[in-house]
Design a protein around this ligand. Structure first.
Ligand SMILES: [Zn+2]
Length: 441
């Protein structure tokens, strides 16, 4: 008799024995998007190479007794050489002239996926990662639209977030404040029961305290060297190594950085930044961006009994022009014409409405925040894991005052959301039955 058994039993009771009512409102969808603009705080080392849509730079180096090694998305041989020596430490130095330069187009991309999986292909830019991922999902989902594939990606991710509520509460009791935590937990439970009474101001105050703790304990990672704290150069994305995979099997990529100062001083110069979904790992490493920290806050609030949803913002851009809009490389975008995710945060159900919470910005109920950054919102979509179903809600109009119509037709968007939500629900049910990772571990 373990916790998962009782979770499954509860699911059985809810689905088969009880009326299927859930006390949360369905938000009204509005289908709007705005023009894109450059967000602030763009880490220069993460910006992608500008290139055209048909030709993608491709570098190859073939050692004498080792498998060939490649880089996609940049023609910078020096940065590629740092990846080569990181991958093959026995090659302490190599002539850049031995690296061959070519171009590939999108038709070649599927054949490169095995090289990424075995660690011999570096994705040198976010756009290269996007293009490769797109080629994979497009081949698997020929009948789905780009918009729907994007919805699938994010709903997949939130259902693979793994956390143990009791462990998280224990962590918070030790690192935050046990008394404050008990107060917050009581306030959340009280708020959940409060259907008709006036809202609770103390709960908002408690959430502000929690986010202040968050902001002071979870620094936003840009590209600083872990050894000397100098800004380091972004080399690209590679697969997690065996250790990283053993810590989080759902992690699919790791960022590599190279520190010129450490390199000049003869110290190890290449550092790794695995992108974890596992909440425990995030609390251990305390290294992340909006992706990690929004997931952690999501898990913390769910552990405390709150109704929470994960909110994703992404914007449109022409293929290979996406680099202009890259804010963080924390997410995968899937489509040639849809830019990557720009930011993620959470919403919590209090005071009879969904309230915006941004752990990276220490922001509570400030939905206009992102417009103040000088960027217009293209798409904001909330993903909610309920007891037995997944819910996708368009929130663009809440975060954007200056919206224009989407590229897709209303029908295409509506159809995409319905189909993605059905798939999302199937995943949530598999998760409840213990057939998918996520929630309880
Ligand atoms: Zn350094």
């Amino acid at each position: 008799m373990n916790q998962r058994f009782f979770t499954n039993l509860r699911f059985f009771l809810l689905v088969f024995l009880l009326p299927s009512t859930v006390g949360l409102p369905l938000a009204i969808s509005t289908r709007l998007h705005a023009q894109t603009s450059l967000p602030p705080s763009v880490p220069s080392s993460v910006e992608s190479d500008a290139t055209n849509s048909s030709e993608i730079p491709f570098l190859t180096y073939t050692p004498l007794s080792l498998p060939p090694i490649h880089a996609l998305g940049s023609s910078n041989k020096t940065l590629f050489s740092h990846f080569i020596t990181h991958k093959y430490p026995t090659l302490s130095s190599l002539p850049l002239s031995a690296i061959t330069t070519s171009n590939v187009n999108s038709t070649h991309l599927p054949s490169l996926i095995p090289f990424f999986k075995n660690g011999t292909l570096l994705l040198s830019s976010s756009t290269a990662a996007t293009a490769l991922r797109n080629s994979l999902t497009a081949s698997h989902n020929r009948t789905t639209t780009a918009f729907e594939r994007l919805l699938q990606t994010y709903s997949d991710r939130i259902t693979t977030v793994a956390f143990n509520p009791n462990n998280l509460k224990g962590y918070l009791a030790a690192s935050y404040n046990e008394t404050e935590l008990k107060i917050l937990s009581k306030q959340i439970k009280s708020s959940n029961r409060r259907l008709f009474r006036p809202p609770s101001a103390p709960l908002t105050a408690s959430l502000r305290d929690l986010l202040s703790f968050f902001k002071s304990n979870y620094a936003y990672y840009y590209s600083s060297c872990p050894s000397c704290t100098c800004e380091s150069d972004f080399l690209g994305f590679t697969v997690p190594n065996a250790t990283e995979s053993s810590l989080d099997a759902t992690s699919t990529r790791c960022e590599l950085y190279h520190c010129a100062s450490c390199h000049a001083a003869g110290r190890p110069a290449t550092s790794r930044f695995p992108r974890y979904n596992n909440v425990t790992q995030i609390t251990i490493t305390r290294k992340g961006r909006c992706g990690e920290y929004s997931v952690l806050l999501y898990a913390i609030l769910r552990s405390l009994g709150a109704n929470v949803r994960w909110v994703v913002d992404w914007r449109y851009a022409t293929a290979w022009a996406c680099h202009t809009f890259v804010h963080t490389p924390c997410m995968l975008a899937l489509c040639s014409h849809v830019c990557r995710s720009d930011h993620v945060w959470v919403e919590v159900w209090i005071e009879r409405r969904w309230v915006h919470l941004d752990p990276c910005e220490n922001a509570v109920d400030e939905p206009s925040l992102y417009q103040h950054w000088g960027k217009n919102i293209t798409n904001v979509v909330a993903f909610e894991v309920r007891t037995w179903r997944g819910v996708i809600t368009d929130r663009t109009s809440v975060y954007s005052e200056d919206a224009t119509m989407r590229e897709e037709s209303e029908e295409e968007v509506a159809e995409g959301e319905v189909r993605a939500e059905k798939r999302f629900t199937r995943r949530v049910r598999r998760m409840r039955w213990g057939r998918e990772g996520g929630e309880l571990i």
